[in-house]
Ligand binder design. Structure first.
Ligand code: ZN
Length: 404
């Protein structure tokens, strides 16, 4: 009995060690053996053994190390992007951004597809995603293991069932999108890895923590503005979901009780004051895209500047509520909020921190390092989770891409 127990335990330890090492290489890229020893807390010979196992299956390779320091550069261990790939989709209200990401975070293919209103139901969307996948896979080297699929979307994901509970701006309610998509992909490609879903703001905060402005931070908020407003909230290094997935639905914080009515039934929600419709109402009110309004403000159009200035006021009121609730190290302003900050002069932007200087003067207010791709990259990172938590087993059982 004790022998069995020991065997199981050492298996679990080996799996954990493989997971730790591959995660470091995936997130940080080329690392020397000494860095891997330091980062994983494992000893040198264990690290050497793990590297050999990954080399044997072709997930990592030894490459010339980085120069710098004294002596000759030591060899580094780097991920092989075309060895394991994921498909990732960022579903927005009227279009989808899609990518194939390789191990190590390298984008191997990327495409954007318009989704007309009439085709934004789950079944049509799934069909469009399968087609997009097919197109993108032609750009991926043959033989790559397809280890996961991730989808980011503007909706509430139930943490228990994994269903899209509600996605008001898509008009969805209670949709098992992960199963629908996995089934359709499996049918089309004769096999498919699992599908992971995330709320778009939650995906954004994960991506910025791994590869962007949130690196080394444990308390931060990724605020994403598109048609609606959502927040990915990280507290003490953990993503908040709330009891039923609604945490971070900050678009419905009431900032202006006398404001416009919101689709949620209340008045003056944050979303009605700084969401996409609010930007489009700005200035002459006949501009059709957020970019046009921002361009007008940059070109000195007084109406546009006035409107955006007012929006900065509403942005500030919502922010001060978040800051006093969560005391974050940083707030990352994603979606059109980055453009809003950039379109206005510094003296207007600088009025913001005065709102919370007393409570949180250390706060960094930044734009996403990953730009408009934060949610897409977050969806890809989620899709890598199965491989990263049980590397060799998942690699072995994933479908490998062959050209048609
Ligand atoms: Zn509302």
């Amino acid at each position: 009995l004790s022998t069995t127990f020991t065997a199981v335990t050492s298996d679990a330890v080996r799996r954990l060690n493989l997971s730790r090492l591959l995660r470091q290489v995936h997130v940080h890229g080329n690392l020397t053996r000494s860095e891997l020893v330091a980062d994983t807390g494992l000893n040198r010979s264990t690290v050497a053994g793990l590297i050999r196992e990954f080399e044997d299956v072709g997930l990592v390779e030894e490459v010339a190390g980085r120069a710098g320091g004294v002596g000759r550069p030591s060899l580094g261990v780097a991920p092989i992007p075309s060895a394991a790939v994921v498909a990732a989709f960022d579903v927005r209200v009227d279009h989808v951004v899609a990518a194939v990401m390789g191990l190590g975070g390298v984008i191997l293919a990327r495409t954007e597809t318009e989704i007309p209103d009439s085709q934004s139901g789950p079944d049509d969307l799934v069909r469009a995603l399968v087609q997009t996948c097919e197109q993108m896979f032609h750009e991926v080297p043959e033989g790559a293991a397809w280890v996961g699929t991730g989808v980011s979307l503007p909706g509430v994901i139930d943490p228990e069932s994994g269903w899209v509970r509600v996605a008001p701006n898509l008009g969805w309610r209670d949709v098992d999108l992960a199963a629908l998509l996995a089934d359709a992909l499996a049918e089309h490609f004769s096999g498919s890895p699992a599908v992971a879903l995330a709320n778009d703001a939650n995906a954004g905060v994960l991506a910025e923590v791994n590869r962007g402005a949130g690196r080394s931070l444990s308390d931060l908020i990724f605020l994403l503005a598109d048609v609606g407003i959502g927040a990915g909230i990280m507290v003490g290094g953990r993503l908040m979901t709330g009891t039923s997935g609604f945490a971070g639905e900050v678009g419905h914080l009431i900032v202006n009780p006398n404001g416009r009515s919101c689709r949620c039934g209340n008045r003056g929600c944050w979303e009605t004051e700084i969401g996409r419709d609010a930007v489009l109402r700005t200035g002459t009110g006949n501009r059709v895209s957020v970019e046009q309004v921002m361009d007008a403000a940059r070109a000195g159009d007084e109406n546009a500047i006035l409107g955006l200035k007012e929006m900065i006021g509403w942005l500030g009121i919502g922010l001060v509520n978040l800051i006093n609730s969560f005391n974050p190290q940083a707030i990352i302003l994603g979606g059109h909020l980055s453009a809003l900050m950039e379109a206005l002069d510094a003296d207007i932007r600088d009025t913001l921190p005065t709102l919370w200087s007393a409570s949180s003067n250390q706060l960094q207010l930044v734009t996403p390092t990953l730009g408009q791709d934060a949610s897409l990259i977050g969806a890809a990172e989620l899709a890598f989770e199965d491989l990263l938590s049980n590397p060799l087993v998942e690699f072995e059982r994933s479908p490998h891409l062959v050209s048609a």
